[in-house]
Unconditional design. Structure first.
Length: 116
């Protein structure tokens, strides 16, 4: 499992972005588990994690349940990944991340699974 962590020194460790990549096996797609704030400061690490996951499979599950904030850079990274790979986004049933994905239209081009 690879880990991509934002190295922004100004970031509070409780919201610093973290991306874990779990390779797919058999019929299971690769998974990117994201946590913390995904913004412009760590968008490249997020893209790298999505690209790494896609390298082992054309299908990627992105677990966003531990994401506390995402900006347009994060949304752009997801749109770019969705243009080349099949994405399943796992999100909380309610909250700002789920709302933002709907406003951006990612729920129209990806599979969205809600939890809780």
């Amino acid at each position: 499992m690879a880990e991509h962590t934002s190295s922004d020194e100004a970031a509070d460790s409780s919201v610093a972005a973290r991306f874990d990549v779990v390779p797919g096996s058999g019929p299971q797609p690769a998974t990117v588990r994201a946590a913390g704030d995904i913004d412009l400061a760590c968008a490249e690490q997020f893209r790298a994690a999505l690209t790494e996951a896609a390298a082992s499979s054309g299908e990627v599950t992105v677990d966003l349940t531990a994401v506390t904030y995402c900006d347009s850079a994060a949304i752009h990274a997801l749109f770019s990944a969705a243009a080349r790979d099949r994405l399943t986004l796992v999100v909380p049933a309610n909250g700002p991340i789920t709302t933002m994905l709907g406003i951006a239209g990612l729920d129209k081009i990806t599979t969205v699974v809600t939890t809780g």
